[in-house]
Design a protein around this ligand. Structure first.
Ligand code: ZN
Length: 109
């Protein structure tokens, strides 16, 4: 049994008929389509969206770490230009991944 809540007033609708009206605020709901309901699925989806946001932020941070490492690498590297180029390249790739991650944050799948 899925726990269901009214999307309007958060009234607990579990145990009630699948399609009907909220006894608390009178707004109609449909347990089959999820209309007018806050159910477990929605909560999971919100959790997934949050995870995707964290992934995006982590990738951005990772890109800056890569840049920082390249910057530090120039201290010991003989070919500093190549080191910076490599660092910039890695950062751009990670930032592109972060951007892609950001674009797919709202994706349902
Ligand atoms: Zn309600």
């Amino acid at each position: 049994m899925i726990s269901r809540q009214c999307a309007q007033c958060s009234y607990d609708l579990s145990g009630l008929v699948e399609v009907g009206e909220c006894p608390e605020c009178g707004s109609s709901y449909n347990g089959r389509t999820g209309k007018g309901l806050v159910d477990v699925e929605n909560v999971e989806q919100r959790f997934t969206e949050r995870l995707r946001r964290v992934r995006t932020i982590a990738l951005v941070i990772f890109a800056f770490i890569a840049m920082g490492c390249a910057g530090l690498g120039t201290v010991i590297a003989q070919n500093t230009g190549r080191m910076l180029m490599f660092g910039a390249l890695v950062s751009v790739v990670i930032l592109m991944a972060a951007f892609t991650s950001y674009l797919y944050e709202k994706d349902d799948t």
